[in-house]
Design a protein around this ligand. Structure first.
Ligand code: DX5
Ligand code: ZN
Length: 237
């Protein structure tokens, strides 16, 4: 299990302190959400900010492009410091060309599925991409509630990836916290993006430790995850 911390919910006026805190807390990746006000109804930051942050930290840069034409900008994000570039299958760019462009620029590539996109839309790209990111909220904003239906989507993708022995890892993004993490882990997710949950904790280091402890508890005793969480969702087999 790896944690990718989404700085969307961090203090933008103190990014050097933010990256220092993430290094101290030993998160595995920094999740950088790029929004263009077109593909999603929000605007965040782009290449110059990524390059500036990358100069301040050795953290692995997980760049999530929520933009209309990722093919056009993919190489520029790698140049600015992205180690992994994920882009949406629902964007205008050809997925195979975009994955190739990211690889040629020297980074890992990932495809992203919005909540309404079926899991099997990813099949043609699972052999080429290092990561498939399942959105567990509608992309555009931090701090939304986890969409419980997405657990089944992760399960289906995980089953397919395992059956076909593919090296692609599953990342989940949106509404991940100490309560929802065990469910996505059980479904087969390996990279957990966390934004508002982490940055609203008084002690980031302790919060990361707690998530790891929950994950360890889960992996040593899978029965510790209840089948029906408080909101009534039940795992469908
Ligand atoms: C939403 C972004 C997420 C967001 C997650 O469009 O892609 O990365 O920052 O934030 P939380 O963890 O608050 O749902
Ligand atoms: Zn994201």
């Amino acid at each position: 299990m790896q944690i990718s911390a989404s700085i969307l919910s961090a203090d933008m006026a103190n990014l050097i302190a933010v990256t220092a805190g993430l290094e101290h807390a030993k998160v595995d990746m920094l999740h950088f959400d790029v929004m263009d006000g077109n593909f999603v109804p929000n605007i965040t930051f782009g290449m110059p900010v990524l390059a500036a942050i990358d100069r301040c930290t050795p953290l692995f840069m997980d760049v999530h492009l929520m933009i209309a034409d990722p093919l056009r900008y993919a190489a520029q994000f790698v140049e600015a410091g992205a180690d992994l570039v994920t882009f949406h299958l629902e964007s205008e760019s050809d997925p195979k060309e975009t994955i190739d462009a990211i690889h040629q620029a020297g980074a890992q590539a990932g495809i992203v599925l919005k909540p309404g996109t079926p899991w099997d839309a990813a099949i043609p790209y699972l052999e080429m991409a290092e990561v498939v990111l399942v959105m567990t909220v509608e992309p555009g904003f931090g701090g939304q509630s986890f969409l419980w239906d997405m657990v089944d989507k992760v399960t289906s993708l995980h089953r397919y990836i395992r059956q076909h022995n593919l090296p692609c890892r599953i990342e989940v993004d949106g509404g991940i916290n100490v309560e929802t993490a065990p469910y996505v882990l059980r479904a087969g997710a390996e990279i957990l993006v966390m934004g508002s949950y982490l940055f609203h904790q008084a002690n980031l280091y302790a919060a990361v430790q707690q998530i790891h402890a929950e994950a360890e508890k889960f992996f040593s005793d899978k029965t510790c995850v209840p089948d029906v969480p408080a909101n009534g969702y039940s795992m469908k087999k």
